[in-house]
Write a protein that binds this ligand. Structure first.
Ligand code: ZN
Ligand code: ZN
Length: 94
């Protein structure tokens, strides 16, 4: 019976990947186990998800700023190209 004590490590509850405490549950985004202190609840959707602070920092609770940056990054060269094309067309038509 004493041998069972050596297997405690195998049956131990999962540990938080961020701080090493006993985890409360998996992150909804990256599925790593995190504790209550290292997770945050997402907002803005019908269902509330718990995500780890890593994912919260990386993605944020709102995707708007990153989405806007990507859009601007795509639209600025397009606008420049459109302006150059219009200028060439205007010059050619003269
Ligand atoms: Zn933690
Ligand atoms: Zn995560």
């Amino acid at each position: 019976m004493t041998g069972q004590l050596q297997h405690i490590g195998d049956d131990a509850p999962p540990r938080c990947v961020l701080c090493g405490k006993v985890a409360a549950g998996p992150c909804a985004s990256c599925h790593r186990m995190v504790c209550g202190e290292c997770s945050t609840l997402t907002e803005g959707s019908a269902q509330v998800w718990a995500i780890c602070l890593d994912c919260d920092r990386r993605k944020g609770r709102s995707l708007a700023p990153a989405w806007f940056r990507l859009l601007a990054w795509l639209l600025v060269p397009l606008a420049v190209l459109a302006a150059a094309t219009a200028l060439v067309g205007w010059l050619a038509s003269r």
